[in-house]
Design a protein around this ligand. Structure first.
Ligand code: F6R
Ligand code: MG
Ligand code: MG
Length: 377
């Protein structure tokens, strides 16, 4: 018997050991305890993991997306955790909790959220992705390749269940007054989709739907702390849910594009460009506060009950990819602040450079050629 299940991932950075490296075990335990105790009446199952300095709560329930009770429970888990973070002197305690009190929904309050409600298939495999030291646009390329490009997803040409392609819902995250979205179909609107997705800082895939069955396949956290807080608060460290197999890309088709280790925004001070490294669950960050990392946990869910996670990027294949990504990271770091290695001015997460440029502006002089000539120059 199938049921309507909601998967919710709510994740936040509420403090880390040694800088922005990893949460302490006590902090993770405090969040886990809170969910176990305070979610017990409505959470069917849950799983806690960390990626870099972020803690992700994955939970299943039947209350639908944007549910106040679920969001409040997660918010309270993070505020409870923050007390531990403060006691332990962890760096950036409570960093992502941007508001003082909870008001209905954690969207716009700091934590990243990705949720999906669906009728469970007889077997229901899905992937949970969590990334650190980058922003939601980091998923644009892998999603495009897995859901619209037969070079990466042969299922698009081989499987009759995917022959109609997928509908992409893309958000303009610069529009902060409300959700500004566009719906485009692959493969029909492929060039339009590409035209938007090239700009990872402005246009972010929010959701993807099967055009054959109408079912939702993917949900991405699209919030940008940059836009919420109006100043530097860390990068957005996005999470994503992707249902796989059968009418959706196979798990391996969804994982394949991550072998590129594509360059994304984030890295040190949220202000650089670095390659996205696929890592096991609960990995730390290191080199140059990075590189940007992404973990992938594979689950099956039945009647809201989760299996234990299979750690998709822990397989030895990814060791080779990680070596390659390390090389890409070293290569771009060699040019320091110059050109493509650092983000454009409106993406820099620190204000120091604007202050410098404003001061220098007053010291520039326009050379007067005429008076130089008259003086015999
Ligand atoms: C990146 C990140 C870190 C910090 C850096 C400086 O998202 O969080 O790279 O930006 O460690 O941190 P502060 O300014 O807190 O000393
Ligand atoms: Mg942090
Ligand atoms: Mg983080």
């Amino acid at each position: 018997m199938s049921m309507r299940t909601t998967l919710s991932i709510i994740k936040a950075d509420i403090g880390a050991i040694g800088g922005h490296i990893a949460p302490s075990p006590e902090l993770v335990e405090a969040v886990r305890n809170h969910v176990a105790v305070h979610g017990k009446d409505f959470v069917i199952d849950f799983n806690i993991s960390s990626t870099g300095d972020d803690i992700a709560i994955l939970c299943t329930h039947t209350r639908g997306v944007d549910d106040e009770k679920v969001h409040k429970m997660a918010w309270d888990a993070f505020t409870t955790g923050t007390q531990i973070a403060k006691q332990q002197g962890l760096y950036g305690a409570g960093q992502d909790l941007l508001k003082d009190s909870f008001s209905g929904n954690v969207r716009g309050m700091g934590p990243a959220v990705a949720e999906m409600e669906f009728e469970e298939r007889p077997n229901e495999p899905f992937l949970m992705f969590a990334a650190d030291k980058t922003d939601p646009g980091a998923y644009n390329l892998p999603l495009y390749l897995a859901f619209a490009d037969p070079m990466y997803c042969p299922g698009l040409m081989l499987s009759p269940k995917m022959k109609d392609g997928f509908r992409f819902v893309i958000m303009d995250v610069n529009h902060t007054e409300g959700d500004r979205v566009i719906e485009l179909n692959a493969p029909d609107d492929l060039y339009d989709i590409a035209a938007l997705l090239r700009d990872n800082q402005r246009f972010v895939i929010e959701g993807i739907y099967s055009r054959t069955t109408g079912e939702q396949a993917a949900a991405v956290s699209t919030s940008r702390l940059h836009n919420i807080a109006g100043k530097y608060t860390g990068k957005d460290d996005p999470v994503m849910l992707v249902r796989t197999q059968n009418q959706f890309p196979a798990t391996g088709e969804m994982l394949a594009p991550f072998s590129i280790g594509h360059y994304v925004a984030g890295f040190m001070r949220g202000s650089h460009v670095g390659p996205l490294m696929p890592v096991p669950r609960n990995s730390t960050t290191s080199f140059f506060d990075g590189p940007p990392v992404v973990s992938a946990s594979a689950f099956c869910v039945q009647n809201g009950r989760l299996t234990s996670p299979a750690d998709a990027f822990a397989h030895p294949f990814w060791d080779h990819i990680r070596d390659h990504v390390s090389q890409k990271a070293i290569e771009i770091r060699r040019q320091g602040f110059s050109g493509a290695a650092m983000l454009g001015l409106n993406e820099l997460e620190y204000t120091g450079i604007m202050e410098k440029l404003d001061r220098l502006e007053t010291e520039f002089q326009v050379r007067d050629h005429k008076s130089a000539e008259a003086a015999g120059g």
